[in-house]
Design a protein around this ligand. Structure first.
Ligand SMILES: Cc1cc2nc3c(=O)[nH]c(=O)nc-3n(C[C@H](O)[C@H](O)[C@H](O)COP(=O)(O)OP(=O)(O)OC[C@H]3O[C@@H](n4cnc5c(N)ncnc54)[C@H](O)[C@@H]3O)c2cc1C
Length: 202
């Protein structure tokens, strides 16, 4: 089985990306697309965070609860998205037009990937080292990294989202970045016609 898109990392950016992609599954261009997310959540910035300054979140919400609620929301509303839990990506290779993504337990194949694993220089995955540069918007002493990209695109079919894309570390920015990548992918699936997904009350 080959995923149409596989998201690597299930924090703020990765889960936001998955939610927006999932919300397009009843559109003609989103139907039957195989979407997956590697939800390794052991080293998320959300682990220790508590939120008072993020619009729409109940003040005092804990980041670790967002990790769980996000996965639950995905399961409940977009059950066709495959959640791959308790696996850590260790290697990415591209052969012709397919990415081979290796975790510590399995291998997966995908036409497009979204890398959203945060900016730690400890999270390095073989196969993306050529794109790594020092983070341009976090002070150098913290030794954070980002991937070189143009508007989230690292190279054809390889996207980066969240703080690893070079954004400052704020929850709303990371979520927005993941959502932006999702709409870029949806636009591609919709043959270049600019696309966004809005649910509305009748
Ligand atoms: C202590 C603390 C307090 C904060 N407080 C606030 C605040 O008050 N307001 C605010 O706006 N922001 C706050 N933030 C920042 C906010 O949490 C981050 O900006 C946001 O979570 C970044 O989203 P991200 O998706 O880029 O990374 P993350 O949310 O960190 O997600 C990255 C995900 O990738 C996974 N991952 C890592 N390596 C791999 C791998 N090899 N394979 C698979 N998965 C992998 C991780 O487990 C994690 O789930 C805080 C951060 C911290 C650390």
């Amino acid at each position: 089985m080959i995923f149409d898109v596989l998201i690597l990392g299930g924090g703020a950016a990765g889960m936001s990306c998955a939610l927006v992609l999932g919300s397009a599954q009843n559109k003609p261009f989103g139907k039957e697309k195989r979407i997956g997310i590697v939800l390794h959540q052991r080293s998320s910035a959300l682990d220790r965070a508590v939120f008072y300054n993020a619009l729409g979140l109940e003040p005092g919400l804990l980041g670790k609860d967002i990790l769980q609620k996000g996965a639950d929301q995905l399961s409940k509303y977009y059950p066709d998205i495959k959640q791959i839990t308790k696996e850590k990506v260790v290697n990415i290779e591209q052969n012709q037009n397919v990415f081979a993504v290796k975790t510590n337990k399995n291998s997966y194949f995908a036409k497009k990937i979204v890398i959203a694993i945060g900016p730690s220089n400890l999270n390095q995955i073989a196969g993306i080292k050529e794109f790594i540069i020092p983070h341009q918007k976090i002070e150098a002493v913290k030794e954070r990294i980002q991937l070189k990209n143009t508007d989230h695109l690292v190279k054809k079919d390889m996207y980066v989202a969240g703080v690893l894309a070079g954004h400052r570390s704020q929850f709303a920015i990371a979520c927005g970045s993941g959502a932006a990548v999702a709409t870029d992918i949806l636009t591609e699936w919709n043959h270049g016609k600019h696309t966004m997904i809005h649910d509305a009350i009748d």
